[in-house]
Design a protein around this ligand. Sequence first.
Ligand code: G3D
Ligand code: MG
Length: 198
Amino acid sequence: MSEFIFKVVAIGDGGVGKTSIAMRYAYDKFDPKYKATIGVSYAVKKLFHGDTKITLSILDTGGQEMFDYIRPFYYKGSSGALIVYDITRKKSFNNLDRWFDNLYSQCREIPVILVGNKTDLIDERVISTEEGSNYAMQKGVIFYETSAKTGDKVVDVMNELAKVILQKKEKVKVLAEKPRKTPRDKTRIPGFMRRLFK
Ligand code: G3D
Ligand code: MG
């Protein structure tokens, strides 16, 4: 059995529900009174993918996104990211380009899932599922809509993110393990020995 620890970041405008998604996923709790302290904290959850044990640690900005686009240290060492917007707030959707640029400027080729949160607020929705999904397609990322309040699709999003991170990791491993057939290897074995084993 193999075991991995993946750090993932949730980014997007303040108030879109990043902390709530992390809380819902890690503790199955939706607590509107929860207010992250300034600084960063992790919500940690273990899961299995086949016989691979994965620990996902979701880093929380602790509200620092309000002040500025978050600092590079926040992204450092991340294996994957959720970029979250609020389906009831157009501005959070319009800012997505900046969040993508911000992330990709720090982490290249990182698996990303776009998340439209707060689907429980049916009457307040201003961004349609189609708009969200078209935008995700244009960016070449997976798309989900969630509700941290009801828990709808939260586990699915995180499982999917863990899956794509793992797939990417395995692809890299396969490439790294590909046997090298270099002339150097050949010359190391004397000719008469190579003929012996033919
Ligand atoms: P952030 O971490 O992205 O800044 P938070 O966002 O998780 O702190 O959430 C911001 C506000 O949105 C919170 O309300 C929270 O309860 C609410 N919220 C988060 N997710 C959902 C959701 O799926 N549905 C609904 N209806 N509300 C949600 P307050 O009132 O504490 O600011
Ligand atoms: Mg937060």
